[in-house]
Design a binder for this molecule. Structure first.
Ligand SMILES: [Zn+2]
Ligand SMILES: [Zn+2]
Length: 273
């Protein structure tokens, strides 16, 4: 299986020569594709947190698809089900309901989930008519394959390993950790009906997505870090695009949500008032 093959091949970093520029290649490949996933698959397709041009939309969807986590419509469709059921029956990946392994990777590799976009959500209605997006969803394996082949041709095995194999593995776990770590460990600012948490470590590796309790409280906002100290690289990219005239209708966090945040702090998980 391709997924496990790439994961296992990560050990090749131990045999190819080490250099700091190769670490830079890892970081570029991990973080740029992370922004593709979070900015387009998550905040745009699943949550409609801002608007962007069709060209910019395709660019970021292509970058996100190169992360090897299937296509934008499939990804966003499953994610909408996550919010709809959030740690209750029907959530595709809840560590509380189905255990850590299934919530982390099992659901992603599960045949029934893998083959279809859930029909109970608006992603297909809103975006299913765009041929370039249907194409990415259908041939989701092509962008990561092209990236892998391109890196190999450009720099041999060491570029393939540091620029594709290792960052694809770290990005998979950074993304999946939002579904597991962020429903198990961290702090809770808001009382939500799920177990979501805020966690600075996952926010770092998943470019802002680790402020997940904020996000479960108010999904529509373009930012998941609600305060300046909650770093959110994806949001900074959206703001930059806005300055450049490439993104607009940026959805803010409403004043009532800030008032709620400042009015009370939720007790730790499992503690009732
Ligand atoms: Zn969640
Ligand atoms: Zn979400």
């Amino acid at each position: 299986m391709v997924f496990w093959g790439v994961q296992a091949a990560s050990v090749l970093v131990l045999v190819v020569p080490f250099s700091w520029p190769l670490v830079g290649l890892w970081a570029t490949s991990h973080f740029v594709r992370a922004v593709g996933l979070t900015l387009s698959f998550h905040r745009y397709f699943a949550h409609r947190a801002f608007e962007m041009s069709r060209g910019a939309r395709f660019f970021w969807a292509l970058v996100g698809t190169a992360a090897m986590q299937k296509g934008p419509l499939w990804w966003a469709g499953n994610h909408i089900d996550h919010h709809k059921y959030a740690d209750h029956e029907g959530d595709p990946h809840s560590p509380k309901l189905s255990g850590f392994y299934h919530a982390h990777v099992g659901w992603f590799l599960h045949d029934a989930r893998w083959k279809q976009v859930p029909g109970s959500n608006p992603v297909m209605r809103d975006f299913g008519h765009a041929p370039e997006l249907r194409l990415l969803d259908e041939y989701y394996w092509a962008p990561p394959l092209a990236l892998a082949v391109g890196l190999y041709l450009a720099g041999g095995l060491s570029w393939l390993v540091w620029g594709f194999v290792l960052p694809t593995t770290t990005l998979a776990h950074a993304t999946f950790a939002i579904n597991t770590v962020n429903h198990l460990w961290g702090s809770r600012r808001f009382h939500t009906r799920d177990d979501s948490t805020n966690n600075a470590l996952t926010a770092f590796f998943a470019v802002g997505e680790g402020w997940h309790n904020n996000h479960h409280r108010y999904q529509r906002a373009a930012r998941n870090g609600f305060y300046w100290w909650e770093f959110d690289v994806t949001y900074y990219v959206i703001v930059l695009m806005n300055w450049l005239g490439m993104a607009w209708h940026i959805q803010p966090v409403p004043a009532r949500i800030y008032a709620e945040a400042e009015g009370h702090r939720a007790p730790p998980l499992g503690v009732t008032e």
